[in-house]
Design a protein around this ligand. Structure first.
Ligand code: NAI
Ligand code: MG
Length: 487
């Protein structure tokens, strides 16, 4: 027997591991202190707070905490720019947007490194998903800017005015692109507020805006916490676009009732990922892992409730646990990392609280052995079995790397259980039968239904929820409508 043939049958050596492959942070030039980006200029804020790196809690920069007066100033700048911007021919607006898209692509490494540094997500995700998709959104909506009459025939589409946009921390640059690109293509101007824990890529984006020579005031960025967001909601704007928690979404909706301001909400989720016994098992396991451990589970459409058909329950759970043991948890800047840092201490505490509730209520917990770094915010990939529908871990959005496994026997039962949630953002179906996919998709109350895949995004495809997951769509032609007036 040759040496090679002998080795072929031997198990992989157990001590084998990846060498560290850290991405350098050299490319990112941070300032000590950032102001507010208003009317194309940096204005000083009166108050500041420190934004940190979740991987080790090291301070990265001081960031402005915009007051209500600061927000009003930004809205005035956006209002001032609206007249000219909205009257530009669509093909001119498109030119600026194509420029922004190209610059984002050119500076993609810088953005990816900064996104991982400030947000904690693995560099391979910010590099391969967040940043390219953000650029793709600008490219895509640039293409619609001069085709609005064609896109909405006989409806005389007109821009609304100033859009106030509030975004979360899980996909900071990508959510910025989802919000800004359709707004600009439609001829609106914007004031955007990034989430308090992840302002840095939005602030770097201001640099791109200047580089693209976008007319001053078309894009304004104000940083700060929820009070800044609340001030933006109350300011003299024409539309609010919000992505974040259901509680804040509801509060904004109450606030806007009767004001005539337009609103779209993209809120939480508790998606069902449904695995039938005729599916390609190994692919499904990859989809389950991607569905819940991608971006540490900080994903509104995460497949956080796994429904497995009873006949394949054991092999699925066994394969899933085996696969989880191979996930590399650690430094977000390491190119081999699969699961990075939790975004903030607050979020870590929320995950810990819900996981403790799951154990207390009687679910069985599994976490693969992994060495978590000492500094920073970390949570091991977790799966709960023996979960009852009534448990908090099966009801509430955990927004962390925590999966709850439940079972079903028939397609009807799967639909009933999957829909038994106040949310309705996304769902996944794994089966070999096309007819069953369609049958399920018709009955699942979710804005997006993935079949034999999960967490797939494309700028051409509308995204959004039912019920407490919000209303309005982002992406695709549907994503233009909330930024247009058809009266
Ligand atoms: P959040 O809803 O408080 O924050 C989202 C954005 O809204 C941030 O920019 C924040 O500054 C702003 N904001 C907060 N209070 C506001 C107010 N009263 N008026 C206007 N804007 C306001 O979400 P948070 O506290 O960061 O996370 C809490 C939970 O929300 C998470 O554990 C997760 O379950 C869920 N969440 C869902 C997201 C999604 O994409 N659907 C994104 C972020 C959080
Ligand atoms: Mg909050």
């Amino acid at each position: 027997m040759t040496e090679l043939a002998k080795r072929a049958g031997a198990p992989a050596p157990s001590g084998w591991t990846y060498a560290p492959a850290p991405e350098s942070t050299e490319i990112v030039r941070l300032r000590d202190r950032y102001g507010l980006f208003v009317g194309g200029e940096w204005l000083d804020a009166t108050e500041h707070y420190t934004t940190v790196a979740p991987r080790d809690e090291s301070p990265l920069a001081e960031v402005g905490q915009a007051s209500a007066a600061d927000v009003e100033g930004a809205v005035a700048a956006a209002r001032g720019a609206f007249g000219t911007w909205s009257k530009l021919p669509g093909s001119e607006r498109a030119k600026y947007m194509f420029r922004i898209a190209r610059i984002l692509a050119e500076r993609s490494r810088e953005f990816a490194v900064l996104e991982s540094l400030n947000g904690g997500k693995p560099i391979k995700e910010s590099r391969d998903v967040d940043v390219p998709l953000a650029a793709a959104h600008f490219f895509y909506y640039a293409g619609w800017a001069d085709k609005l009459e064609y896109a909405f025939p006989n409806r005389s589409p007109k821009p609304l005015g100033v859009a106030g946009q509030i975004i979360p921390w899980n996909f900071p640059l990508l959510m910025l692109a989802w919000k800004i690109a359709p707004a600009l293509a439609a001829g609106n101007t914007v004031v955007l507020k990034p989430a308090e824990t992840t302002p840095l890529t939005a602030l770097l984006f201001c640099d791109v805006v200047r580089q693209a020579e976008l007319p001053p005031g078309v894009v304004n960025i104000v940083t700060g916490d929820g009070s800044t967001g609340a001030a933006l909601v109350d300011a003299e704007i024409d539309k609010v676009a919000f992505t974040g928690s259901t509680d804040v979404g509801k509060a904004i909706q109450r606030r806007l009732a009767g004001t005539g301001k337009k609103l779209t909400l993209e809120l939480g989720g508790k998606a069902a990922n449904i695995v039938f016994d005729d599916c390609a098992l190994d692919q499904a396991v990859e989809g389950i892992v991607n569905g819940i451990y991608f971006n540490q589970g900080h994903v509104c459409c995460a497949g956080s409730r796994l429904f497995v058909q009873e006949s394949i329950y054991e092999p699925v759970v066994e394969k899933l646990k085996r696969r989880m043991a191979t996930l590399r948890v650690g430094d977000p800047l390491d190119k081999n990392t699969d699961v990075g840092a939790i975004n903030s201490r607050m979020q870590l505490e929320k995950i810990e609280e819900l996981v403790a509730a799951g154990t207390e209520e009687g679910a069985e917990i599994y976490q693969p052995p992994c060495d978590l770094p000492e500094k920073g915010y970390w949570f091991a990939p977790t799966v709960f079995t023996n979960v009852a529908q009534s448990y908090r871990i099966a009801q509430e959005e955990i927004f962390g790397p925590v999966l709850s496994v439940l079972t079903f026997r028939t397609p009807d039962e799967a639909v009933e259980k999957a829909n038994n949630t106040p949310y309705g953002l996304s769902a996944g179906v794994w089966t070999e039968k096309g007819s069953r996919i369609l049958w399920m998709a018709e009955r699942l109350r979710a804005g997006v239904v993935w079949a034999n895949t999960f967490n797939r995004f494309d700028p051409t495809s509308p995204f959004g929820g039912y019920k407490e997951s919000g209303f309005g769509r982002e992406g695709g032609l549907h994503g233009m409508e909330p930024y247009l007036d058809f009266s």
